[in-house]
Write a protein that binds this ligand. Sequence first.
Ligand SMILES: Cc1ncc(COP(=O)(O)O)c(C=O)c1O
Length: 470
Amino acid sequence: MTHPTPLTMGQQFGRRSWAEPWKIKMVEPLRMISPEERAGALVDAGFNTFLLRSDDVYIDLLTDSGTSAMSDRQWAGMMLGDEAYAGSRNFYHLEEAVRRFYGFRHILPTHQGRGAEHLISQVAIKAGQFVPGNMYFTTTRLHQELAGGHFVDVIIDEAHDPEHLHPFKGNMDLGKLAALIEREGAAQIAYVSLAGTVNMAGGQPVSMANIRAIRELCDRHGIRLFLDATRLVENAFFIQEREAGFAERSIAEILLEFCSYADGAWMSAKKDNLVNIGGWLAVNEDDLFEELRNLVVVYEGLHTYGGLAGRDMEALAIGIEESVQDDHVRSRIGQVRYLGELLTDWEIPIVQPVGGHAIFLDARRFYAHIPQDEFPAQTLAAELYLDSGIRSMERGIASAGRDAKTGDHNRPKLELTRLTIPRRVYTQAHMDVVAESVKAVHDKRDATRGLRMTYEPKYLRFFQARFERL
Ligand SMILES: Cc1ncc(COP(=O)(O)O)c(C=O)c1O
């Protein structure tokens, strides 16, 4: 019997193959526990993948946060840590890297992104003010609310439709933003909060045209514009790929132009910037910086370390430089896309177009028979773990929390399960294993039942909530 000639992955999808721009120098063994052990671990974890032990996980796609593999250069940099309490040389390297690649003038290190979110929210929001943003992010919105602000979602409507193929689904709707300013008055707008890419919308980008227009509107009303820079490098890739006039410009050039329209940014360096811990806050205004520099000593540490060891700041400075290299970004997003191509070919419902850091399974369509109040996305995360030990994350009704006024669940249009790909960690073969597991769970979807929440924490409930099967 003759066998058909196997096709490479590139051939299967009608394109030339790409390969990761790195080779492996050190490996970390993976272990897969038995199906019976996984069933026990899931019950112990209250059907919440955040409560699993990582030793019980096979392929960990919970998050791309702090899960990157550092390079040999970054590890070498760790040995150059200057652990002085004040004025560590590594701080100055970090400051130089943020200035060079993001273009902001004043920089404060923070222990991670939410440390920076806390500081900027406390300083830039007055109680009762509004904070328009392009879809909420869990920790960002909570810090804005804790500072007395009201978050208002002004993302374009297409972002709430998982099947819409808009190339820049992270864009703000200028009409919605202008209407809010008109209704409340410019003085009641704390600042505009723009994230690129938009995590909760499926890692969707913001166009350069959009940020230019937002800047103009802000200038007309004297309103500040701050960026959530967590995945801005990935955002720059989509601008290079999809927006007219950017194909010949490097990721680094696009990133710098994008940031030039903002007054500052907060950063979870655990994502784009390729470190396991760290963050930063950057602003251009001198007075604002002075206030922030004063507050950072209360919550994070002195302004030249902000909760980070010298060695961590060194790894971060090097990570920033590596993160903007075109080859790196192309292969990082290419790997996410490859998983997306497999699932799309098998007609598994996912958010389209595929975004930068993750595949978002559309749990509403995946489990059409499970009502949103029975946590379809949480159920899907649990089923994937049972099938193969793959860990994913709910991004639906559990993540959305409750309405502060009515106490009822917030019911987001998007009910998603996120398969988040860590940077430089897994190979294409791991993506094949993941895709096959999603397919196996999809094949038996009709027999799957939803969940009931049995324990609900007050803040950011998705992290620690517990569930049982209905
Ligand atoms: C878009 C975005 N902003 C902010 C944060 C918060 O950062 P951290 O987890 O470092 O506190 C995250 C983390 O997931 C994020 O994805």
